[in-house]
Design a protein around this ligand. Structure first.
Ligand SMILES: [Zn+2]
Length: 64
């Protein structure tokens, strides 16, 4: 799965999620990961400290 981050809310999304912001400057591509947890780890590595998973496309991680 390909993941990106919403730069306004720091939410992780699977590419294609309808809740990804439409403006290019409001999102940042993270890369390909096997699960949202790995995408969150990458986001934290890139400096996004307070990262959340999207309720809609990363539900299993959102509940943690
Ligand atoms: Zn999403």
């Amino acid at each position: 799965m390909l993941y990106c981050i919403d730069l306004k809310t720091n939410e992780i999304h699977v590419l294609g999620c309808r809740y990804i912001p439409s403006k290019h400057q409001d999102k940042n591509f993270l890369g390909r990961f096997n699960n949202p947890d790995d995408a969150i780890a990458e986001a934290k590595f890139k400096g996004f400290l307070d990262v959340n998973a999207c309720f809609y496309c990363c539900f299993s991680t959102y509940m943690k």
